[in-house]
Design a protein around this ligand. Structure first.
Ligand code: B1M
Length: 212
């Protein structure tokens, strides 16, 4: 079986040790980092999501898959980060209040760091107050919010509203991302952009801070 497929299958069965081992093999075989991530880890996690939705597997299985995902991501992280690039802007990122999903948000943070941005990661379950207080204190250029649940998406609107109340709207740029999000929703809540994935987040943030 090819190595990428083995990676996806071991992630689906939540075998963190095996995922780490195969990721290391893939790295040593000099496979493309983005291919290992997209076709191996992310593809495996997408299948986990589909099976969870159909009640074929349950929450503990998803947790194990998430642990396995991190075992692979930890090894890929140094490759995704480029060294020695000067800071080109400051980005604040977090998963919104009520949302504990952080795998995608962490990937986006890694990609932004790799592109040379200074990234302040507030983690998950971040309140609007915490987003805005930190944005003000750290004088960030961009506020990035992640949500994976349709029930937590409205928290993004609350962050934008609080920014308006505090006079920060228009001075900071807002990006949103996560599986249930869309450009339409970003527009509706007054965010500057929706980003589909880490690559588009890097391109969008560069555009928003005026790099191209
Ligand atoms: Co949950 N979960 N989960 N889960 N989980 C989903 C999101 C779900 C779609 C599964 C399903 O039903 N098919 C569903 C949401 C349904 C909905 O709202 N419509 C769901 C549910 C229901 C739940 C619970 C409510 C389950 C329960 O308790 N009954 C619960 C909620 C907990 C909470 O948050 N309060 C829950 C819990 C969990 C775990 C804790 C077990 C675990 C999370 C572990 C963790 O993150 N540390 C988990 C997981 C792993 C998933 C799935 C299977 C995978 C998510 C993931 O990591 N994907 C997910 C199904 C799915 O999405 N296919 C599911 C891989 C990751 C790389 O992709 O996060 O989309 P993603 O990130 C992408 C892009 O979206 C984008 O770039 C990333 C890289 O490409 N992106 C951004 C993300 N954030 C961005 C920010 C940006 C820019 C781009 O700028 C700031």
């Amino acid at each position: 079986m090819d190595i990428i497929r083995q990676l996806s299958e071991n992630l689906q069965s939540g075998n963190a040790r095996k995922v780490a081992e195969i990721t290391q093999q893939a790295i040593s075989a000099k496979l493309d980092t983005k291919k290992i991530l997209d076709k191996g880890l992310i593809a495996g996690m997408t299948i986990v999501g589909e099976r969870f939705k159909c009640h074929e597997i349950f929450l503990p299985d998803v947790l194990l898959a998430a642990k396995a995902m991190y075992a692979g991501m930890d090894l890929l992280k140094p490759l995704l980060l480029k060294e020695g690039i000067p800071t080109i802007g400051k980005v604040l990122i977090g998963s919104v209040q009520g949302d504990l999903h952080d795998i995608g948000k962490n990937l986006v943070a890694i990609m932004l760091k790799g592109a040379g941005f200074e990234v302040i990661d507030l983690g998950n379950d971040v309140s609007p107050q915490k987003f805005i207080d930190t944005a003000e204190k750290e004088n960030v250029d961009v506020i990035g919010m992640s949500a994976l649940l349709t029930t937590t998406m409205p928290m993004m609107k609350k962050v934008v509203e609080l920014a308006r109340e505090r006079g920060l709207y228009g001075k900071k740029k807002f990006i949103v991302g996560g599986a249930p999000l869309s450009s339409e929703y970003a527009k509706e809540i007054g965010a500057d952009a929706y980003c589909f994935d880490g690559v588009s987040a890097v391109e969008t943030v560069k555009r928003l801070v005026g790099i191209f």
